[in-house]
Design a binder for this molecule. Sequence first.
Ligand code: ADP
Length: 485
Amino acid sequence: MDADEWEERYAKAYESISSSISNVRGVFVAYNSNIDAIKHIHSGDIERLLKNLDIEKVQEKIYSYPRQIDTPYDFLARLLIAMRDGKAAEVPTYSTDIHEWLTDNFVFDSARMGGQAGIISNLLASMDMKRVIAYIPWLSREQANYFVESDNLVHPIVRDGKLELLHPTKAYNPEYKSKVNWIIEFPKDLKVNFGEEQFIVPRNNRLIISSRPPWIRIDISDEVYSHLTDFCGHVDGAILSGYQMIKEDYEDGTTYKDHVKNSVDLIESLKACNPDVRIHVEFTSIQNKTIRSAILNDIVKSHVHSLGLDTVEVANALNVLGHEELAYSVISKGENAIISLYEGAVRLLHGLKLERIHIHSLGYYICVASTDCPVTPEDHLECLLFSSCAAASRAIMGDIKHFDDIEFGLDVRISQKGMDEIEKLGTYLVRQGVCSMDEFRDGCIRTPHHDVLVNPTKVVEDPVGTVGIGDAISASAFVAMLSKM
Ligand code: ADP
């Protein structure tokens, strides 16, 4: 297919999913949501912050490279490093002290829904899904206000022994505190004076200070769990995310094993309720290899049907599953990175016993599906094209407010770079005897072991925002797939 033929396929895919999406009766989404406090750095902001701090101490921290933020010095060190290198970074903080210091000294410009489950719940509710059941273990009053006002969005709450499904603003626990992440965006070309030094920020990017208060648990409460059968019969799919917050040990004596078990129990109960339910896990970067391995081997493997992730996350997953060389090749950005990505996807699909794996990259997606998946490869491809429209639409508008907004994504041009990249994969697959070039260019490749879908995507040149686009891609492709089952 050339670019024009892909555009036609895109339009057809959008039409097709528009008419099938109402087949989905309900989607369950858990666990993580937070409030994102956003601050855009302007000229003079850094110098102002430094005035009240000991510059030498900041310098020492820059050398020691703090891995977590406990003090304003840790914060400034990581911010200056990120700005100097123009690199994105995410650093955890385990107390709320730095949040208070930032609120007093920095003042955020705006705040919005953050966290994969929060973002996905809002997106699906806005896409007019029949029912979105969000479950956030730490739903506070302030957090609840960041959910879109929509009748199809509910959260379970047990009152007087009875389960109710209410909008999050009616289902929060007044005793819970909020989890606030800081997103500090810095612009290219900003001049920064730091003591005797001066540098110019080479690239637009951001530093995220992610809040990990000790009370965070990636668990469903016993109360709600005991009433699961009251609502899960009408759940066709579940999207689970936030596993990166699981810790090895907790103050209450529990370990990650207890929380992994809690999650597996939930998944198995959802399946017992509706044997046709499909479970999707949205993967993310997880530094701790014990946790990363437990999530993949103990939660995902054999329990979950679908996995969504970006290229770096593919490398991370391969790394803990014993494919170090392949992992290295995926992130090497070399000529053959896309081939390694495809090989990695195949290994993850079979190694983790998945039904589908969907990898998103800037310019193209790769999805590998098992041959016994009840959805045809053609339908899978339509789901991918639909999700690329959703991504483009989110990049243009910053947010999707109605299903029809996704159609705006159709106007965005297909990435030529993406077309060129996937051509390399095509050449490889033809050389391997997997398919002919015509079959490859058609986007659906059938092999005796699995089906492969590869498509170029629509890339917005000047996106309004890019946070949560990955979540939007995975979630919209997954619900589109549910609608085709
Ligand atoms: P996040 O966690 O912020 O969603 P990810 O790395 O998981 O980030 O996902 C980012 C994905 O969003 C990329 O893989 C790419 O497919 C898509 N994307 C990023 N920028 C754009 C853009 N300008 N236009 C279209 N898609 C984009």
